[in-house]
Design a protein around this ligand. Structure first.
Ligand SMILES: CC(=O)SCCNC(=O)CCNC(=O)[C@H](O)C(C)(C)COP(=O)(O)OP(=O)(O)OC[C@H]1O[C@@H](n2cnc3c(N)ncnc32)[C@H](O)[C@@H]1OP(=O)(O)O
Ligand SMILES: N[C@@H](CCO)C(=O)O
Length: 324
């Protein structure tokens, strides 16, 4: 990929910036997009590419330049020793209303590395959608990615869960048609939240449904309402639809992931059956599988601080001792 295809709007060697890149989309013609990145940590340390779920952004943990907490601040311990590159997802700002494939995000990251003069990452660490993107990056450019840690993602989206996501998108579209896109995004996120956590947690946490006035309210409703409102305040309808679709466009032959790869599965993940991740690990030529015993399902990478810290530490230690 040519650095000549990039026009830098703003860049700091250790910090953050925006690049305008010409992105060769999987679906449809290439187009210019602005991609925001953060590059932080010790310049001499091995480079990690870090990526979270569709709601994550380039600010992973606090840095000297940007000291506010990031979305994975709980993992600042293991991650803080490394140089770190992350981007805001292409499409997250809502300005791009077109199909976005996870491989498009991987290409955006590779172009970003070209631009920043970063030849190779020691590893890609991704969770959820970020792990899907990591699989595509590892397959597209194995020479630029030393290893992959993929948490809570399989090689394809499960049809049952894709059906749920399609309904979320229909909720967004309904909101748009009714002139209230925020209400659509809020409803979609509420539906999504029921799959990010587990029935076990909900049973422990929320009361039985009860009649209040003429309407039955379920115990989780105020929580889901709060989550929906929060999310609709920061994610546009286009961004919700396009990144949700992008998860459904994800599919990769595990045999194409030839770098050393650890695939971690949260046991009660309602989004990604752990059997699918086990199959992925089995079929990837240098794949390993790790089961995460947790009651927090898909949100475990955010909720299980100690468990994920141990997983990261194990993976990063293996990385430091690898000489290939
Ligand atoms: C990954 C990323 O990649 S970025 C993070 C974005 N989130 C996700 O990706 C996954 C979705 N999950 C979430 O958003 C979760 O809230 C997490 C993982 C961020 C945090 O999980 P937890 O610490 O368990 O928090 P929880 O899910 O209970 O949510 C807390 C919020 O719900 C509110 N809340 C909790 N219970 C209730 C209730 N019964 N009634 C009303 N509001 C409630 C809290 O007030 C709090 O609101 P605030 O964030 O505005 O302060
Ligand atoms: N919890 C994730 C799920 C999809 O990646 C998110 O909203 O970011």
């Amino acid at each position: 990929m040519s650095a000549a295809s990039l026009r830098i709007i703003r860049e700091e060697p250790q910090g953050f910036g925006d690049c305008r890149i010409i992105l060769p989309f999987v679906h449809g013609p290439p187009a210019p997009v602005a991609v925001r990145f953060e590059l932080a940590g010790d310049e001499q340390a091995p480079l990690l590419i870090l990526a979270g779920g569709i709601s994550a952004d380039a600010h992973v943990i606090a840095s000297d330049t940007l000291p506010h907490p990031g979305w994975w601040e709980a993992q600042a311990g293991p991650l803080g020793r490394f140089r770190r590159l992350a981007i805001d997802w292409v499409g997250a700002d809502g300005s791009l209303d077109r199909p976005i494939h996870p491989a498009d995000q991987a290409r955006a990251l590779l172009l970003m590395m070209d631009n920043l003069g970063l030849d190779r990452a020691a590893a890609f660490i991704g969770a959820s959608y970020g792990a899907m993107v990591g699989m595509h990056l590892a397959a597209l450019a194995p020479e630029r990615c030393g290893a992959l840690l993929a948490i809570s993602a399989a090689h394809r989206s499960h049809p049952f869960v894709s059906a749920q996501r399609a309904l979320q998108r229909q909720a967004v579209e309904l909101g748009e048609r009714l002139g209230d896109p925020r209400a659509g995004v809020a409803l979609a996120r509420k539906i999504a939240m029921t799959a990010y956590r587990t029935p076990v947690e909900f049973a422990d946490r929320f009361d039985e449904p009860r009649l209040s006035g003429e309407r039955v309210t379920c115990g989780a409703e105020p929580y889901l309402d709060a989550q929906g409102t929060r999310h609709s305040g920061r994610v546009s309808a286009a961004a919700y639809r396009r990144l949700s679709e992008s998860i459904d466009l994800h599919a990769i032959e595990p045999e194409r992931i030839t770098v050393p790869a650890l695939f971690a599965a949260a046991l009660d993940d309602c989004l990604i059956p752990h059997a699918d991740i086990a199959e992925l690990a089995e079929r990837a030529p240098r794949g390993r599988f790790a089961a995460l015993p947790t009651r927090f399902g898909h949100d475990s990478f955010l909720k299980e601080q100690a468990l994920i810290a141990a997983l990261l530490s194990d993976f990063l230690t293996t990385l430091e001792h690898r000489h290939d």
